[in-house]
Design a binder for this molecule. Sequence first.
Ligand code: SF4
Length: 394
Amino acid sequence: MTTDLGVEATPLALLLLGRESDPASERGTACPGTLPPASEPSLVERARAAKDALGDKVFVLGHHYQRDEVIQFADVTGDSFKLAREAAARPGAEYIVFCGVHFMAESADILTGAHQQVVLPDLAAGCSMADMASAEQVAEAWDVLTDLGLAGDTVPVSYMNSSAAIKASTGRHGGTICTSSNAEVALRWALDSRGRAGRRVLFLPDQHLGRNTAVRSLGLGLDDCVVYDPRKPLGGLSATQLRDATMVLWKGHCSVHGRFSLDCVHDVRRRLPDVRVLVHPECRHEVVSAADLVGSTEFIIRTIEAAPAGSTWAIGTELNLVSRLAKAHPDKAIVFLDKTVCFCSTMNRIDLPHLVWSLESLVEGRVVNRIEVDPATAADARKALDQMLALPAN
Ligand code: SF4
């Protein structure tokens, strides 16, 4: 079926991606207790009743990529950085229920007080990008740089989308965390902060955000960037390549944004001649280069809000957000950049049954799926997060 914008409608079976449980991919993450069935008709009322019963003791955070059925219960919505700050600004809330993915809940735990407990309604809600850099791999990479005499003038810059262990490693080595909103500022700080020549950045785990920011915002060349593959000796690079590089990009990517291709951009421009293409910087460099506008999730939302009625947009980011923007702005034609479904399947793990189960458990005095970062890791990670907070505003 094709809509009047020439966009193929999404098959229902694909829209249900992530709604069913998948035991093979949820090993070790079984819910302790009884999860209500998704078909239970009173889930909305139960979620509302549990939230009302908890009152100010609970604060529910909802990432922009969450399902509508969950986002309706969020006290605040935002990207990962905004949500972490919102959690930190609510010291009165005993429980922070994070409707997002694992690394976000970890950041919230690091930034909130010891008296607060962070809950992730489904522990299977991970992030494939964050999983592409393990603490052991990053420690090995740092050893490589140290052995080559390069660690002294290399600054680690880690994307918010990384585990607490990676953030801690970043803090221990004098680096900073960044988001897609402040990556340019973070890179300028890392390359200029101590005024030494020959400085380089180890950027992890998303090679695309690192490359796009370095080339588009800092004016570096593609040949100033090398990709470090943690599965190969020396990252698959020569000592000279590592020494000469300004940007050492970790070989990681977002499986959702990585799906958008140059063909998607060409195709939508053919179908909708007046379209403006708006993409997230986690997309591949050729996609970002062919787009009209590039920016973080918050930038994408602001751009659509400010767009004139009658304008046409193809957006390259997670589908839950694009669908919500299309519904909220019926005076604008908003289509998804890819012709096939592109939900973040791990974000979609948080559904209404898991939210009801976690809220009702709290009402009964049981804290389920608590995310807790050990104090030593949290202290080092906090250094890198505090460095980010100290960066000048964009
Ligand atoms: S959209 Fe990509 S980066 Fe974000 S949580 Fe999903 S896999 Fe991770």
